[in-house]
Design a protein around this ligand. Sequence first.
Ligand SMILES: Nc1ncnc2c1ncn2[C@@H]1O[C@H](COP(=O)(O)OP(=O)(O)OP(=O)(O)O)[C@@H](O)[C@H]1O
Length: 496
Amino acid sequence: MPREMPWVEKYRPRRLSEIVNQEEAIEQVRAWVEAWLHGNPPKKKALILAGPPGCGKTTTVYALAKEYGFEVIELNASDERTYEKIERYVQAAYTMDILGKSRKLIFLDEADNIEPSGAKEIAVLIDRARNPIVMAANHYWEVPWEIRAKAQIVEYKRLTQGDIVKALARILHMEKVTLPKEVLYDIAKHANGDLRAAINDLQTVVTGGAEDAQDVLAYRDTEKSVFQALAQVFATDNAKKAKLAVLGVDMFPDELLQWISENVPYAYSRPEDIARAYEALSRADIYLGRAQRTGVYSLWAYATDMMTAGVAVAGLKRKGFVKIYPPKTIKLLTESKEERTLRDSIVRKVMKEMHMAKLEALETLNYLRAIFENNPEAAAHFVVYLDLDLKEVEFLAGDSEKAKTIWAKSMNIEKKLKREEEEARVREAGKEPEEAETSEEEVKEAEETIEEAREEPEEEISEEELEKATEEIEAVGKKEEKKKGKQATLFDFLKK
Ligand SMILES: Nc1ncnc2c1ncn2[C@@H]1O[C@H](COP(=O)(O)OP(=O)(O)OP(=O)(O)O)[C@@H](O)[C@H]1O
């Protein structure tokens, strides 16, 4: 499926005059660049555009280049070979100018990531530069001082919610779509001045359809920035940037791990890159496990590095807009009412039968889903053990055909159990057991039951009824337990 062009690119202002609410900054940039063009290079040959993410710094550089006829040489400060590259371009630009080629403007992004050890040399290059060097930084004071000393600072403002709403409304107008005002306000409020994040969210909401709008907004209140943070992790191949991206996410690392795991296959397309990303995640998982077991929670930091930086550098990202999906466990929160009712009833059964707390039971539900999707034999045992009904089986299997097979198998198991009981009873009474067999007819019979069940939709069960039902199940379970002498666990089934 072709990916749509990211809206942040599609709607990136092409002209300086289209950049919103940064007039003062742009005026300074213009004056600085015009000095170059009038053959009178400014005293400070580099410029640092300093300001929060997504406020128009990069956009300024490209619009400026277009208006004044520069070719932009974009370099990233965290690249190990920054110095070499700047040197090459500073020289190349000079030579090429003489040959009449287009003027070069060196754009060094993330100047706050320049290693202090290399700062001195870069400062020398700035002195030698024959072409403008523009740098961008989120944190001016983290740019090494040697470089700050050689550069003029231009401050960019954090965009207001009003600026963001206006920019979003303009995009909606051009896309010929409408969205409720509250959704726009909500996106703007949570973007925290970052128009890039807001535009990405807008694209998620619009291209994901109404259901997703609800998803995104539902998560907003609790998982405020996880969508934005993951979009950043999956957009960069810079380890430090990836690590920083998740700092503001209010989430335990194991939950974050689930979010990242879920989205890896969408961010990468080459299998070897996906494998590398999952390898980093599995290391993260090992650290988390160790932290849990030993109580040494400082290991969380290593785990977080693995799942952010480790994933970000795993390979070649897909081009274009990466939509972030919530993990399945969390997705549970946005299921329809019917799905929720089914899930709750299964969770209750798991809690009662397997003596688990709710959280554990919810987790188990995920394993059950995997089992029901992939192993009908084991699934059938769970159907009997948890006394699931057909709808619950369909919910777990996610597919009515699979559910049918599992259901038929479970009926066989139930028959076999009954037969064994009967045999035991007969043995006790000193009689010969009756020959019982499972025939194809019986499987057919099971399938007919399924059809009937489907024709007659089950009534909704009230909470009280569920409680009662689960108590009954528990009572039966206890009896069974006595009989069998051992409580089965999830792993008993997995071994089958
Ligand atoms: N002031 C602005 N006016 C109009 N659009 C903007 C403005 N700021 C940001 N945008 C939009 O947000 C996107 C990202 O902006 P930009 O790349 O300029 O951010 P930045 O300030 O360089 O951020 P970072 O520090 O994260 O690199 C742009 O493509 C553009 O669509």
